[in-house]
Every structure is written in structure tokens, then in C-alpha cells.
Design a protein around this ligand. Structure first.
Ligand SMILES: NC(=O)c1ccc[n+]([C@@H]2O[C@H](COP(=O)([O-])OP(=O)(O)OC[C@H]3O[C@@H](n4cnc5c(N)ncnc54)[C@H](OP(=O)(O)O)[C@@H]3O)[C@@H](O)[C@H]2O)c1
Length: 411
């Protein structure tokens, strides 16, 4: 859905793309979406009776459960200021996967001068054309895009960043800025061999979500949370640039971190509760129900459907205690008793996982698997295996019974 919506929006915008990459001064029409987004966000913020509303704009030191942290916000970067800040820059977005799509379209809609660099005639090249990037005008082979850019946004897959580095490195000349959305390549330099030139700023903007969400939140007038960090500050402006670019690509709030902390927490989280652990827990619970004679629909409903449709959204809205409170006293008692047992059983696994991230084991695996020529086909095969597991086959039938079910959204 997101990609269809994004595509139709970008097709509408395509009509207003200038012959060459859009200059801010020429981008009045182009930035209508961006302006609407910013207006909606600032209205929402004015209406919100939160602690933020009573603070001055810009840098904020907020108290997160007793720890003070710095947060930067989009409202300090009105569109005119943003466009003026980058008026002499060309953002060369290298790679057009999920992040390239979301960040690139948002920056373009914000009226910034963006070009895309990807392998000619590959899947990304085709996708970029579909999104309105024009070969020879705003879409180039990787090397040419880097030569034309002043801010080189390396959004290739992490494995590809390592593989292409010998070709890319000599093109990142003095005065350019090197941008990443993950600390992976430079932090694990012993494995990736990505060592940035000494005379360029090296910065990070890591949206906390898929590139599709980066795009949909921007179009809704909201902004995604993102982490920002500086690896190398040659100009003294590296952090300011990171904040401005974060806003440019669609972030609402930007949280300060380091390259190391970003990559450790990110690799850990996605292998853990965000993806790996959740699939493991769902499967474990489902299997035991099935072994004990429960039907697929009952096992699925009690494991996934109730979680995703009823309970997890409540955690998102107001926290775990709120979700517990919304459930029966019987459910509450059991959950209170069993949570510490699951915690105790899982801490050693999470310790093992963090160490595997810290010592580079996870990085080396990722470089090996995702560096293969057949990485897309290999991944598709493994995902097809998941899709074919009984739990997810049962899920398809359960989903089809939802009142708002539309088959086209489930293919
Ligand atoms: N996805 C997320 O949720 C997310 C969130 C935050 C940060 N990040 C970070 O953002 C960056 C980009 O991630 P992504 O998910 O958007 O992209 P991705 O799917 O990991 O990478 C896709 C891009 O890499 C290119 N590519 C792959 N192998 C290549 C090779 N050997 N030579 C040249 N190009 C190659 C692909 O081009 P072809 O089509 O030509 O193969 C495609 O344009 C990564 O550093 C990632 O860690 C991702």
C-alpha cells in the first residue's frame, strides 16, 4: 500500500520536476506537500499540551525517565531556512532501496536539489524511474552521481557499501560531505574496509523505521524519529548539517547519539524484539498450542491476531501498564507472574546477542550473505519459507475474516 501511495504521489510530483535537478528557488510547486506537512505538524504541536509545547524551539534537553538527553526538532528548520541552507548543495543519494526511496522523495518534496545514483538498469534504476527520477537529469550511475554531488548520501545496502568502497572512496573529495544512515560501515571498518578520507565531514542520520514509514509519516505531516551522529567534523558544521539533513529527509525529532551506539542498538534491536525475537516467540507459543491439540485458527488468534490487533496498539498508545489494565484481572495476574520468568530466561540470550553484535560476528554474517550476487533471490527463498510456515498460512485465513479486509492489500 505504502509503495503504491508513494508512487502515485511521486507521479503527481513528476509533472512538476524541472528539466534538471530542482533548485530551491524553482521549487514553489514542488514544496506544497512539504509545506502542508510542516503546517500540520506545527498545528498539532501547538495543540498538544505536552512538555514540549512550553519549551522554546530548537535544541531541547529532555528528561527521559531521569536521564537528560538532547533532542533537536523540525520546527527550528522552516522550509525557507532549510532550502536556503542547502542552496549550493546537490544531495547525491547513492542507492535506492527502502531508505533511498523514502529519504529521496521527502528531500525532493522539500525542494532540495537531489539526484540519485544506482547501478544502471538494475532493479533500483527501474524503481527510481517509476518514482520520477529522470536518467541523465536526476538519475545517474553511481560514480557520476558522486561526482555531481556535494553531499554523498550512501544508502547502498551495508554489504554493498563495503564492496563498492574501493571505487567510491577516491571520488569523495575534499569539501564533500559523507552521509550514512547506519554506523555499520565505518564502525566495523576492520571488516568493511570503509575508512573515510580525513578531509570530509562524516555524519549519520538514521531514521528509526523503514524507509516506507519515513515516506508515509512525511506525507501525513508527521516526522519520523531519527538518530544523528558525527564521526568526523572537519568544517565545524558537521552536526548542524546532520540536523538539517535529518529534517530534509523527513525526520520530526532528532536524537543525539554516536556511530557506535547507533549501530550496536540497531543491529541488536532488529535481531531482538523488533524482528528476530518476535518471530521466535510467536513460533514457540504457536507450536506448543498446536502440540496440545489446539486448531491453527485458535493458536494463531491467541498468538498473533490478538497481539497485533488488540493489545500491542495499546502498548503503543499509553504503555505496558495501560495494556495490562485494559485486560481482565485473570489475564493481569498471570501476565504479572510470568513476565519475570520470561525476562530471566531471555536475558542470557540478549547478552549473547549484544556480544555477537559488539564483536562483529553479526556484521561479518551480514557482509557475507548480503554481498552475494544472488542476495535478492536468496532472501526471497528464506522469506518464502517463513510465508509457508503453518502459523502464517493460518494467519492469511484469519486476516481474510477481518471486516476491513481487502485481498489486494494482502498479496
Ligand atoms: N531499511 C531500513 O529500515 C533502514 C532503516 C534505517 C537505516 N537503514 C540503513 O540505510 C541504508 C540503506 O538501506 P536500505 O534498506 O534502504 O537499502 P538495502 O535494501 O539494504 O539496499 C538496497 C540498495 O543497495 C544496492 N546494492 C546492493 N548491492 C549492490 C552492489 N553490489 N553494488 C551496487 N549497489 C548495490 C541496491 O541496488 P540494486 O537494486 O541495483 O541491487 C539498492 O539500491 C543501510 O545502511 C541501512 O542499514 C535502513
Amino acid at each position: 500500500m505504502a509503495s503504491i501511495a508513494a508512487r502515485s504521489a511521486s507521479q503527481a510530483f513528476r509533472r512538476s520536476v524541472a528539466k534538471s535537478a530542482v533548485r530551491p528557488a524553482q521549487s514553489a510547486k514542488y514544496s506544497l506537500l512539504a509545506r502542508a506537512a510542516v503546517n500540520r505538524a506545527s498545528l498539532a504541536q501547538k495543540a498538544a499540551p505536552s512538555a514540549l509545547a512550553v519549551q522554546t524551539r530548537g535544541v531541547k534537553t529532555l528528561d527521559f525517565a531521569g536521564t537528560k538527553e538532547t533532542v533537536f526538532e523540525r520546527s527550528d528548520w522552516p522550509l525557507a531556512k532549510l532550502q536556503d541552507y542547502f542552496k549550493n548543495d546537490t544531495l547525491a543519494l547513492i542507492g535506492y532501496g527502502s531508505q533511498g526511496h523514502g529519504q529521496g522523495l521527502n528531500a525532493r518534496d522539500n525542494g532540495l536539489n537531489v539526484i540519485v545514483g544506482v547501478r544502471k538498469d538494475g532493479e533500483s534504476w527501474r524503481q527510481a524511474i517509476e518514482d520520477g527520477w529522470v536518467p541523465g537529469e536526476t538519475l545517474f550511475p553511481i560514480e557520476e552521481a558522486i561526482n555531481r554531488g556535494t553531499i554523498i548520501m550512501n544508502l547502498l545496502s551495508d554489504a554493498a557499501q563495503s564492496q563498492t568502497w574501493p571505487t567510491i572512496a577516491p571520488l569523495i573529495t575534499k569539501g564533500k560531505t559523507l552521509y550514512f544512515s547506519h554506523g555499520f560501515s565505518v564502525v566495523y571498518k576492520d571488516d568493511t574496509h570503509v575508512i573515510p578520507p580525513k578531509d570530509v565531514d562524516v555524519i549519520l542520520v538514521a531514521p528509526k523505521g523503514s524507509g516506507r514509514t519515513v515516506r508515509t509519516l512525511f506525507k501525513e505531516g508527521r516526522g519520523i524519529n531519527a538518530s544523528i551522529a558525527v564521526w568526523q567534523d572537519v568544517t565545524g558544521k558537521a552536526q548542524e548539517k546532520a540536523i538539517a539533513l535529518g529534517v530534509g529527509v523527513g525526520a520530526g525529532y532528532l536524537y543525539e547519539t554516536t556511530f557506535e551506539k547507533e549501530v550496536y542498538s540497531d543491529l541488536y534491536g532488529e535481531r531482538g524484539v523488533l524482528m528476530g525475537a518476535i518471530q521466535g516467540l510467536f513460533l514457540a507459543q504457536y507450536q506448543v498450542l498446536r502440540k496440545n491439540g489446539h486448531t491453527p485458527s485458535e493458536a494463531f488468534n491467541e498468538t498473533v491476531e490478538e497481539a497485533t490487533q488488540s493489545l500491542y496498539p495499546l502498548i503503543g498508545q499509553k504503555g505496558m501498564d495501560y495494556m495490562y489494565n485494559a485486560c481482565s484481572t485473570t489475564a493481569r495476574r498471570g501476565a504479572l507472574d510470568w513476565a519475570p520468568i520470561f525476562e530471566k530466561a531471555n536475558v542470557p540470550i540478549f547478552e549473547q546477542l549484544y556480544e555477537s553484535v559488539r564483536n562483529g560476528t553479526e556484521t561479518r554474517k551480514s557482509l557475507e550473505y548480503n554481498g552475494r550476487k544472488t542476495y535478492r533471490e536468496d532472501l526471497a527463498r528464506e522469506l518464502a519459507e517463513i510465508d509457508n510456515q503453518e502459523i502464517w498460512r493460518a494467519g492469511k485465513v484469519v486476516r481474510s475474516l477481518r471486516p476491513d479486509y481487502k485481498p489486494e492489500n494482502d498479496s
